[in-house]
Design a protein around this ligand. Structure first.
Ligand SMILES: Cc1ncc(COP(=O)(O)O)c(C=O)c1O
Length: 422
């Protein structure tokens, strides 16, 4: 399609008058009797959510996984918090800053399914996980297990721990299409030795969208006395679970991903039993070893981001956890089902709907992922990200709840047309 025509068409799709927050809440109430799966397919309904976003008309954004930017009502709340903190200045910082933070932690803990005294707010998943990885009492020869499909920054941190303390890192590789949970659990089990101290595992692999059986991995690891650190960057506010049910020792997530908070917000859960054995990243005045606050020294930081977390939880709760998950899974299956068996198109995400949600990865036989991403953008106005390592070679596709099936149809047509050029 000619670029100018494409931009004109895309602009037309977002011209409806946006409903305010109250209007949206009302339209959710009117659909209260709908099952999440039925509502997931109701394009007109989701269009009212789409209208709350300001979207660039130049391209279809299928790379929401990096940062789930804010819909306008949340952006306005954020700006209002910035203005208020700017007005109050030090007075805010010296009076209600910490009290407010506590309230936000309490709400986040309820959402995450853990106790408030086991959760801290950090800047992101990287900070949370690096605190846990770097803060262990490592001894030379200790072993840590992780996967090639884990996030690069955490693998880099383990490499630093290896160079600094002589820790031995054992790598496993997660198959893209596992037969069952046991196949995954066994991979980790076989890598355990009497020297294993921790397993790092992704709840949802960021490059393929595959969901791993965390609870079973934790049960198996604990039978061997091994701690489990879970990277939940992409799972939080995307799929539903309670951290306490997973039974892990540590859990980290970024709130600027699926909770759509402003940039620079994350969480870290630490099981009570583990708090006293960790070293903080930044030393704090709290000296009691079993207090999580000891691990949460932040220095002066953007408190207006913390305040906006409240509003983002309100928004997420208004949508409904089950409705969001159903919409995200519907969108992924909508396009993957159309191309999964298509010649030369390789879907690197499991077909079993319980093993993925909104994120999937697709490659084209004979086309390097970087070229695929470039051609999707240049020739078809579809923005994605190329992934080309471990066993995953393709583009990661992350819609958001505002993505339309019309946009996904456009993407599928683009994919098929590219597959015919190799
Ligand atoms: C699985 C996973 N872990 C960790 C991170 C790091 O998140 P952040 O940059 O917010 O710390 C990401 C970011 O995309 C991720 O996908």
């Amino acid at each position: 399609m000619h670029k100018r025509q494409f931009i004109k068409n895309m602009a037309m799709t977002s011209m409806a008058v946006p409903l305010g927050l109250a209007g949206i809440a009302n339209s959710f109430k009117m659909k209260a009797n709908w099952t999440p799966d039925a509502l997931a397919k109701e394009e007109d309904f989701w269009r009212s959510i789409r209208n709350q976003y300001v979207l660039k008309p130049d391209y279809i954004n299928l790379e929401n996984g990096y940062y789930n930017f804010l819909p306008q009502p949340l952006l306005e709340k954020y700006i209002a918090h910035i203005k208020e903190v700017n007005l109050q200045g030090s007075y805010y910082m010296r009076t209600v800053q910490w009290e407010n933070k506590k309230k936000i932690v309490t709400r986040l803990a309820a959402l995450a399914g853990c106790q408030a005294d086991e959760l801290i707010i950090t800047r992101n998943t990287t900070e949370s996980l690096d605190l846990v990885i770097g803060g262990q009492n490592w001894e030379a020869g200790d072993e840590a297990i992780m996967a090639y499909q884990d996030y690069g920054a955490m693998l880099d941190m383990f490499e630093q721990v290896k160079n600094r303390y002589g820790v031995v890192n054992i790598m496993v590789s997660i198959p893209n299409h596992p037969k069952n949970d046991e196949e995954i659990v066994d991979l980790y089990k076989k890598a355990i030795s009497h020297k294993t101290k921790v397993i790092l595992v992704s709840h949802m692999i960021n490059i393929s969208g595959q969901i791993l059986p965390i609870k079973k991995i934790c049960e198996m690891a604990h039978e061997h006395g091994v701690q489990v650190i879970v990277d939940g960057a992409h799972a939080f506010a995307h799929i539903q679970y309670k951290i306490e049910d997973l039974g892990c020792d540590y859990y980290a997530a970024s709130l600027h991903k699926w909770l759509s908070t402003p940039l620079g917000a994350g969480i870290l859960y630490i099981n009570k039993k583990r708090i006293e054995n960790l070293w903080p990243l930044l030393a704090d005045g709290e000296k009691q070893k079993n207090k999580i606050g000891r691990l949460n020294h932040t220095g002066t930081h953007p408190v207006h981001t913390d305040l906006t977390i409240h509003d983002c939880i309100d928004y997420y709760e208004m949508i409904g956890h089950d409705r969001k998950e159903a919409r995200m899974r519907f969108l992924q299956l909508y396009w993957t089902n159309k191309v999964r068996n298509y010649p030369k198109i390789i879907v690197n995400t499991p077909a079993d709907p319980s093993r993925s949600c909104g994120i999937a990865n697709v490659g084209i036989e004979g086309m390097p992922p970087s070229i695929m991403a470039e051609r999707l953008m240049k020739e078809h106005n579809v923005y994605t990200v190329a992934i080309d390592y471990a066993n995953i070679h393709g583009c990661r596709i992350t819609p958001n709840i505002y993505t339309t099936t019309e946009e996904l149809d456009h993407f599928v047509t683009a994919l098929i047309s590219l597959s015919k050029t190799t």
